[in-house]
Design a protein around this ligand. Structure first.
Ligand code: GTP
Ligand code: MG
Length: 198
């Protein structure tokens, strides 16, 4: 699946412009700057597929990526919780993100990215609540694992698992990744392969 070349398909700024229902979709969601676009690049082995930046708020639309013969479309989402952006923009992104997550029939799983240094925040809990309500399965990915000590990471995994245990749509397996060091990427690929093939 990830040996083939992936390409950009389309960008959507307004929920009314979503592409027609087609193949399965998986989405990468999470707070601004958590590493969504970087993880998509690591996953596909294509450094410049999704645009990344040091500055939060880089991804401002829903970006769809596909590959010839792949039975899945990857969706890169704007981040939520970017407090510094103008309120009008933040509201528009939040509406777009939540409308897509709530109402997309082909959305098979959401990878919910959490920065390993910060853990779950209140807006992550809001996103989880929405996904629980909509019965969309989400799987937590702890990102930027290279930034914290192994002991801290172990504790974070335990705490996060506890927080997920009571949530109806949460997938129980937590993934730990570093796009920088390329760790955990094979596990993420395997999780996606199971979704697409199984
Ligand atoms: P928005 O689109 O703005 O919401 O951000 P995003 O979640 O797409 O994050 P992006 O991939 O643009 O990465 C944000 C910053 O974090 C960039 O400077 C990346 O280089 C950095 N980054 C992403 N993943 C990792 C990682 O695994 N380790 C480290 N150390 N830095 C990372
Ligand atoms: Mg991005």
């Amino acid at each position: 699946l990830f040996a083939r070349p992936w390409r950009f398909l389309t960008s959507v700024a307004d929920i009314r412009q979503l592409p027609d229902i087609g193949s399965l979709e998986i989405a990468f969601a999470g707070r601004s700057n958590v590493g969504k676009s970087s993880l998509i690049n690591a996953l596909t082995g294509q450094k410049a597929l999704a645009r990344t930046s040091n500055t939060p708020g880089r991804t401002q639309m829903l970006n769809f990526f596909g590959a010839e013969g792949a039975a899945v479309t990857i969706v890169d989402m704007p981040g939520y919780g970017y407090a510094e952006a103008p309120k009008g923009m933040v509201d528009a992104w939040t509406d777009l993100i939540f409308a897509y997550l709530r109402g997309r029939p082909t959305l098979r799983r959401v990878f919910l990215l959490i920065d390993s240094r910060h853990g779950l925040k209140s807006n992550d809990l809001e996103a989880m609540q929405l996904l629980d309500k909509a019965a969309v399965v989400y799987q937590v990915v702890l990102t930027k694992a290279d930034k914290i000590k192994p002991g801290q990471l172990d504790r974070l995994v335990v705490d996060t698992a506890k927080a997920l245990a009571k949530r109806p749509a949460a997938h129980p397996e937590i993934l730990v990744t570093s796009s920088e060091k390329n760790t955990g990427i094979d596990s993420l690929r395997a999780a996606i392969a199971v979704l697409v093939n199984g």
